[in-house]
Design a protein around this ligand. Sequence first.
Ligand SMILES: Cc1cc2nc3c(=O)[nH]c(=O)nc-3n(C[C@H](O)[C@H](O)[C@H](O)COP(=O)(O)OP(=O)(O)OC[C@H]3O[C@@H](n4cnc5c(N)ncnc54)[C@H](O)[C@@H]3O)c2cc1C
Length: 454
Amino acid sequence: MTHPIHIIGGGLAGSEAAWQAANAGVPVILHEMRPIRQTDAHVTDRLGELVCSNSLRSDDATGNAVGLLHAEMRLAGSVVMAAADASRIPAGSALAVDREGFCENITARLQAHPKITIAREEITTTPAAWDNVIIATGPLTSPALSAALLELTGEDGLSFFDAIAPIVYFDSVNMDICWRQSRYDKGTADYINCPLDKAQYEAFVAALLAGKKTVFRDWEKTTPYFDGCLPIEVMAERGIETLRHGPMKPRGLTNAHKPDEKPHAVVQLRQDNALGTLYNMVGFQTKLTHAEQKRIFRMIPGLEQARFARLGGLHRNTFLNSPRLLDDQLRLKSAPRLRFAGQMTGVEGYVESAASGLVAGRAAAARALGLPFAPPPVTTAHGALIHHVTGGHIARGGAKSFQPMNINFGLFPPLEAPATGEDGKRLKGRQKTIARRRAICERALADFRRWLMN
Ligand SMILES: Cc1cc2nc3c(=O)[nH]c(=O)nc-3n(C[C@H](O)[C@H](O)[C@H](O)COP(=O)(O)OP(=O)(O)OC[C@H]3O[C@@H](n4cnc5c(N)ncnc54)[C@H](O)[C@@H]3O)c2cc1C
């Protein structure tokens, strides 16, 4: 008899994992603590509840990375996508859903599945007798289970809030203004530096102070700021010079384009993935709204045309230092019977969480059936995302440098766009970006189909 898979948490990731594993013929016990115990954000007892926005973002599978993830999930028979399609409401090219219909639909499908048993209980440990477990308890994992996981992973293995700095695409940084150098030329020239003169710096600080911020929810107000991880606008409030002595310190850096001109302040960008396509803005965690981040950060010389793969934020969250702790099948290296899925793995967002659940569910089913399992290739959206959180991210700046990531084109192995368009004319600028993205999407869908057949 096949042993059941125990899935802890019936959110986006756990529901999708349960569906995928059960459809592979493996019995699943899905443990969900609501309504016995609620989180600070959930308000129903439904599975797959959306805790905030009712949008699953872009549904464009030819030019948007999250739309591509949707398309791959539909190919894999995703329950989250089936529920989204069934409860879709008009929202242009975005996939917005009727939130109640959406989680009702997921709940009904899982309840009706003959291989799925739903147990309404809080899990506080992972009993040794459970030999195939998926932990998908999300950003608001209950304190008792968090404590057990902390014991398992160690102090620097689990974080309780994220402090996200924006990430820019390397090919949108103006290297005629910026230059590569590490402070005091220590080690290799891994940083990209953006110089500001006095007037630019003062205008930038004024914009930070005036910029619109998002507010903490009541239950988030106890969120302690990390030492040395203050939001940039909070640092700016402490005085005009504070940032120049913090993340915008110009010392030890010489502008390669103007060696005789000392920059008044410098913004540093640090490589974020092994591919070298993404750079994060060092020390720029922020509560500015997304629109304000784009406007204000484009005031930085060299970033005028910056495209952002991820914008900054500061939230309560629970996530593992996955690049160090998890293998490419989302298993805890030190205890491979335990697999993780969803926001806990360091993926960010509803769709990304469900997608990681999809892979975890299939991997756990393969283990239960004694079959080999290969993760989806990195050329697919699923593969690119999971590869990033389990290895593609470069851990620089200490073990805690890993921060949650959403799907974006910077995670995919680069692919050259065709040189010319259908009309035979040479592609340039935005047209070239559109053509490159289309090519990445086509490659991804072809490779994902092949992966599904294996
Ligand atoms: C306040 C808030 C707002 C957000 N807004 C958005 C947004 O607008 N758009 C977006 O894309 N993402 C948003 N996110 C991120 C969002 O949480 C994730 O994208 C997604 O819900 C994570 O999916 P998950 O399955 O990992 O966790 P969840 O969907 O949170 O599911 C985890 C489940 O585990 C259960 N659980 C927890 N502990 C236990 C336990 N010990 N035993 C049993 N069950 C347990 C919980 O009750 C919950 O049902 C938001 C997050 C928060 C906290």
